[in-house]
Structure formats: structure tokens, C-alpha cells
Write a new protein. Structure first.
Length: 302
């Protein structure tokens, strides 16, 4: 009788789990693990720094030294990506948004099973991110993979934990240039004050990363220098990556760069021209409304 009752209770529990509606933004797959994409229901991850909680040992990585670009929106990061992707040894795909790519362990079986393997949600996500980078690197046949996603500014600490050998390419642009670019977007409905507050959400963690990361693990460039002397700036990046500089990098319009789609990078006429064009010049910090924004701009030498 006891065995029968146990069997009935187990079947009732499994039936309940099967009939329970899936969480919003998740998709059931085989094995009780659900892939979660934050943009699946139209929501974006919050613009805040992610905490790193190390509860299990770090698994080996397929890609040991990925490169992550740390840059705000509208800072010229798409141009930088295309220049790097035009190098025969660098694969820089469109924005990968790794921090919004996660796994969700169903309570009970999956959670308990993974814990027995010394794996938790965070480490499983790191393994997934690593597999995505490795897949892109392998099919490109190149040596270095670069992810340039603006959201990296909120996850650089987690990325550094997930990849102890990770390298960070920091891209600065005068905050007024970023704000002006946002103001000029065709679909812009925000005021200049609102756009500056939005930009500051990127600048604050980026400035912390600049002050924290040092030595051979980071390299900093300015957008204004990139468009004024792209040969010099890209040569410096190649030296940092221990790669020979290639002049063909500057003719990014001659290379296949992948899809230019919404939320995957800049699609402006400047980018579509396939040529490096002069950027806006902004001197001083007087035009910036926020004292915090002015302080960061001054720290960056503007």
C-alpha cells in the first residue's frame, strides 16, 4: 500500500509540474533546463552592475582569453568592431548580449542533479557563454574572439571572474558626443537631460572598470583618436593582442560584416558607407548638465 501511495503522489507531482505554465520569457527544452533570453518577451535586463556569486568551482573554458569591449552606446563601438573583424585573425561578431543569455534550473531534478556535479546556475551560464564564443571562433577559423556589447559595462566583473584570462578593450568618447548622437536618432523621444541620465548609467560602471583594470589585461582607446588616426589606433590594439597589424582592417566596407539588425549594433548611414568618417569634436565639459558626467569626462581627459 505504501508503494502504491508513493507512486500516486509522484505521478501527481509530475503531472502538476507538467501542467504548470512556463515562466514568462522561458522555453522548455529536453532535460529540464530552460534557455532564457531576456529579449524574448520584449524586456531588457536592468542597467545595473551584476553581482558575482561564486558558489562552485570554475569549469575549464574552451576560450581562455576572449576580448570584451567596454563602451557606452553611441560611442563608435560598431565601427571599432568592424575594423577588428576585418583582421584575418580577429572574429568580432555583432553584439552577443551574453548577460541576457541564461539558464533556468527547474526546482527538484535539474537543480539537484547539477549541484551533484558541482554546477550552479551562474556557472552553467558561463559555460554556455563560453560555448557560444568558441562556436563563433571555430567557424570563423580565426584566433581571437571579441564581443562588443554595450551591456558589458554592467557585467565586466562577472566576465572577469568567468574568464580569469579575459582582456578588456575600453572605448571612450566625449559624453557630449554620445548625448548628441542619442539626440539625433530618428526615433529619439527623450529630452537631452533624459539622454544624459541614460548615458551616465553606462559611464559610471565604465569609469570603475577603467580605474580597476590595469596592466596587460586592458587597453584604452578614444573614439576621437580612432576616427582621426585609425591606422595608429588599430596598430596599438593589434600590438596589445600580439597580432600583426593589417592595413586592410581600415577598409571594413570591403569585408562581410554579418547582419546589421536592430539591437545588434549601429546601422546608421555612416556605418553603412563602409568608410571611416570624421567624428564630432567637443571641447571641455561646460555643456554637460550633470556634475557626475563632467567629473568622468575630466577624468578621461576631455
Amino acid at each position: 500500500m505504501g508503494t502504491l501511495n508513493t507512486g500516486i503522489r509522484r505521478r501527481a507531482r509530475l503531472l502538476g509540474e507538467a501542467l504548470r505554465p512556463p515562466r514568462r520569457g522561458s522555453r522548455p527544452v529536453a532535460g529540464g533546463v530552460r534557455a532564457v533570453a531576456g529579449a524574448g518577451d520584449g524586456r531588457r535586463p536592468p542597467k545595473r552592475t551584476e553581482a558575482v556569486e561564486a558558489t562552485v568551482p570554475r569549469a575549464p573554458r574552451l576560450v581562455e582569453r576572449p576580448v570584451f569591449v567596454l563602451a557606452p552606446v553611441r560611442s563608435g563601438s560598431t565601427l571599432l568592431r568592424m575594423l577588428l573583424n576585418s583582421h584575418s585573425g580577429i572574429r568580432a561578431p555583432h553584439e552577443l548580449h551574453l548577460r541576457s543569455l541564461g539558464v533556468d534550473l527547474m526546482p527538484g531534478f535539474s537543480e539537484r542533479s547539477m549541484r551533484a556535479l558541482e554546477l550552479d546556475k551562474a556557472e552553467l551560464e558561463h559555460m554556455l557563454w563560453d560555448r557560444v564564443l568558441h562556436f563563433e571562433l571555430e567557424r570563423s577559423g580565426k584566433a581571437v574572439v571579441v564581443d562588443k556589447t554595450p551591456g558589458n559595462v554592467w557585467s565586466w566583473q562577472r566576465l572577469r571572474y568567468a574568464w580569469p584570462g579575459a582582456r578588456f578593450l575600453i572605448l571612450h568618447r566625449h559624453p557630449q558626443g554620445i548625448i548628441s548622437s542619442l539626440n539625433d536618432r530618428k526615433d529619439n523621444t527623450a529630452t537631452p537631460e533624459e539622454n544624459e541620465r541614460n548615458v551616465l548609467k553606462y559611464l559610471t560602471p565604465l569609469e570603475k572598470a577603467r580605474r580597476t583594470l590595469d596592466g596587460p589585461t586592458s587597453h584604452t582607446v578614444r573614439y576621437e583618436d580612432l576616427v582621426a588616426d585609425p591606422a595608429k589606433v588599430t596598430r596599438g590594439i593589434c600590438d596589445w593582442l600580439d597580432l600583426a597589424w593589417e592595413p586592410d582592417m581600415l577598409r571594413y566596407g570591403d569585408r562581410e560584416q554579418g547582419p546589421l539588425l536592430p539591437n545588434l549594433g549601429d546601422r546608421s548611414e555612416k556605418i553603412l558607407s563602409g568608410r571611416i568618417q570624421p567624428g564630432r569634436r567637443h571641447g571641455g565639459v561646460e555643456g554637460l548638465r550633470s556634475a557626475k558626467t563632467r567629473a568622468i569626462a575630466e577624468a578621461w581627459g576631455y
